[in-house]
Design a protein around this ligand. Structure first.
Ligand code: ZN
Length: 701
């Protein structure tokens, strides 16, 4: 391939996205239901979280922060202040006019700017690949010049070439600098052996790599230390020390990101008077100590108090949490979020838990295969108020990641409803029959809420594992074993002492269990009492059942995107599960897929849901549950692999599913500020490019 065509190809992959759907993280209703005290608590934690955005940039690359600064210089009017106390967004129309670039090019500029601010740099948080502006460099330069900002022009003179560079190719990906990739965690001369060597030192001295960066002296053997481990902290009271380690000099230096860590700790401190209980207070105090001193042990301490703070009205977590972006997987990215409970949804979930025994009786297995007492799984649905990270917030979290804290204190399992259920204005709904579209759009939110509640509480919460719990002690009558509804024979298998669901079903366990939970939701969503708990009666209830089944069928089809036909592997547990359910729908005659050259339309016979549909799901669910209950990994695995092996027919339509794939969404988050009357105000922005940019301008200071 010639260099020229290669460059063309690289260019298409690495151009900034265009026409990205934008969603607002809807939270106002829930924020407004907070007390004054709770609002202040949320406000300070949110500001602490976002105070770390410069850390995110620094961890990404050595130019990410300058690129963001340059864009803010162009897009912020520092001569005026908004009610948030920050600069205001410039008049974009006037800027476009002064720059004399075409409307299309100006649009491309705004797309690049919003994506760079959203990702805190010019690498996509999803996939870690570089993106470059869609407009020519000379046109970009005209906009920078038209801003009149000297700082922006100076930065562009420095960075312009780098912003557009597609070569060397290794630079298009984050990874080990020694391989030519980009990382902010290491100076460019650090290689893999260096990282391992210093890691050995870090572990032996009882430090942690989580909140560190690693730099190597450019000249070895001089009086300078060979390596510097820079620890993020506000204080530098702990002297920087040089250690001799296996013949090399390693300097441990506190105060990395000093300014940001100070701001973070100060905001955490300000939140303390607004804590709702002692757990929150102790947690905040440990956070402050950790961020000031750079101690990860103090951060662990904060997490122990965090776990004890059960179902708070305002939830948050903050620190150096996930290590995905460090090629060596030991250094963690800054992250901080604040979320608030969805009070209406919590009430519905609680009512359902209180009536759980009635619903569990309806499930398609004999009571021998069900627990004696229902214990609701730990599950909270929250709405994100702010999430400081690179790119999109996750739809759910399960933290902390410290193994010892998880073992001894547990963890929290949180679903972030407004991320999971976000829908962009004008977002195209694929594969739904035109006649179903209006109903689907109207009720997808309600259907989703119903499905989450049933899936999490009665899905994951139901079913018994039959076993010999300790030698000789069975949790069923072993002399008269339960009769399996699959073959009407007494069961022959069960869990042996020490065996668990995960250890018996191994790699298939996660997706299998998701499938069981999804089937419970499909099976129970027809129940009138369940529907009434969620506030749906009569015709509306029927419409929501239909919307729920349509949602599942569509998810099962889009799931094909997560199937890799070459390796015959599924990349995503939930999507594999939904594909299995679509197959059940098709086999029982409830759904037909109408395939044309470049589209697929789901035909669902609505009248069959309550007849063959629910019966087929019930049979399928019964088998999933009985194999699981009896530790029958052999039959269970065979059954599930069979149900999720993609048929040749479906491999063929996978290309259409990929073609119809909708672009990844961008989110716009709110800001908070304290007004003259001392009230915390939530300021929302339009779900547009200008809105996204404005939110970041007003987050800058
Ligand atoms: Zn689940």
């Amino acid at each position: 391939m010639s260099t020229h065509t290669n460059e063309q190809m690289l260019k298409t992959i690495h151009l900034a996205d265009t026409k990205t759907p934008i969603c607002r993280l809807e939270v106002k209703k829930h924020f407004d239901s907070l007390t004054n005290k709770e609002k202040h608590y949320a406000h300070y934690l949110s500001h602490a979280s976002w105070a770390g955005s410069r850390i995110l940039a620094g961890q990404l690359s050595d130019t990410a922060q300058s690129i963001c600064d340059m864009l803010i210089h162009v897009l912020a009017d520092r001569s005026r202040r908004s009610e948030t106390g920050s600069p205001v967004l410039v008049d974009l129309e006037a800027l476009a006019q002064r720059s004399t670039v075409s409307n299309e090019h100006f649009q491309y500029f705004l797309e690049y700017a919003s994506q760079a601010l959203f990702n805190v740099g010019n690498y996509r948080s999803f996939g870690d690949t570089k993106f470059i502006p869609r407009l020519p460099e000379a046109e970009f330069a005209k906009i920078i010049a038209a801003s009149g900002s000297n700082e922006a022009q100076a930065l562009f003179a420095q960075l312009g070439q780098q912003i557009y560079a597609l070569l060397p190719e290794q630079q298009l990906l984050l990874g080990y600098p020694a391989d030519g990739h980009v990382s902010g965690y290491y100076s460019r001369n650090v290689d893999k052996e260096d990282i391992e060597f210093v890691q050995k030192f870090i572990e032996q001295t009882g430090l942690s790599a989580l909140n560190t960066r690693l730099f190597k002296a450019s000249q070895q053997g001089s009086s300078e230390p060979d390596f510097t481990v820079a620890i993020a902290s506000a204080d530098m009271t702990k002297e920087s020390q040089i250690h001799e380690f296996e013949g090399r000099k390693i300097q441990v230096q506190y105060g990395d990101f000093k300014e940001q860590m100070t701001k973070i700790a100060d905001n955490m401190q300000k939140a303390i008077p607004f804590a709702a209980n002692d757990n929150q207070k102790n947690m905040l105090e440990a956070y402050v100590k950790s961020f000031r001193s750079g101690s990860i042990e103090e951060h662990k301490e904060s997490q122990m108090h965090w776990i004890k703070d059960v179902k708070p009205v305002v939830e948050s977590n903050i620190g150096f949490i996930e290590t995905y972006r460090d090629p060596a997987g030991v250094r963690a990215e800054w992250e901080g979020f604040v979320a608030v409970v969805n009070k209406e949804m919590t009430i519905k979930f609680e009512t359902m838990v209180n009536n759980a025994h009635k619903f569990i009786e309806l499930l398609p297995w004999p009571k021998d295969f069900e627990k004696d007492v229902f214990r609701p799984p730990d599950f909270t649905s929250l709405e994100v108020m702010s999430f400081a990270t690179t790119g999109s917030p996750p739809a759910g979290i399960n933290i902390p990641n410290y193994d010892d804290v998880r073992q001894n204190f547990g963890f929290k399992n949180v679903s972030l409803g407004n991320v999971l259920n976000a829908k962009a204005a004008g977002e195209k709904v694929t594969f739904i029959h035109p006649e179903d579209l209006a109903l689907f759009e109207k009720y997808r939110g309600e259907a989703f809420e119903l499905q989450v509640g049933l899936h999490e509480l009665l899905g994951h919460g139901s079913g018994k594992l039959l076993g010999e719990e300790t030698p000789g002690k069975f949790n069923f009558d072993v002399s008269n074993p339960p009769i399996s509804p699959i073959n009407q024979q007494p069961i022959k298998t069960w869990y042996k002492p020490g065996e668990t669901w995960g250890s018996v079903f191994k790699s298939i366990a996660a997706s299998y269990e998701e499938c069981r939970a999804e089937c419970v939701a499909m099976y129970l969503c027809l129940d009138k009492h369940v529907l009434s708990i969620f506030g749906h009666e009569g015709q509306e209830g029927d419409d929501i059942i239909y919307a729920s089944y349509l949602t599942m069928a569509r998810a099962g089809l889009t799931a094909l995107e997560f199937y890799e036909p070459k390796s015959l592997k599924w990349g995503q547990a939930h999507m594999q599960a939904r594909y299995a359910i679509l197959r059940v729908f098709i086999q029982c005659g409830l759904v037909k897929l109408q395939v044309s050259e470049n589209n697929i339309v789901i035909h669902m016979d609505r009248s069959k849901i309550a007849t063959v549909g629910v019966k087929a799901i019930g049979d399928f669910l019964m088998r999933l549950n009985v194999y699981k209950a009896t530790a029958d990994a052999q039959e269970g695995t065979r059954f599930y692999v069979d149900a999720t092996t993609v048929s040749q027919e479906h491999v063929e339509i996978r290309d259409i599913v990929l073609e119809q794939k909708q672009p990844r969404k961008m989110f716009v988050q709110a800001n908070t500020f304290i007004d003259e009357a001392g009230q915390v105000v939530l300021k929302e922005y339009e779900p547009t490019l200008a809105g996204v940019i404005q939110s970041y301008v007003e987050r800058s200071s």
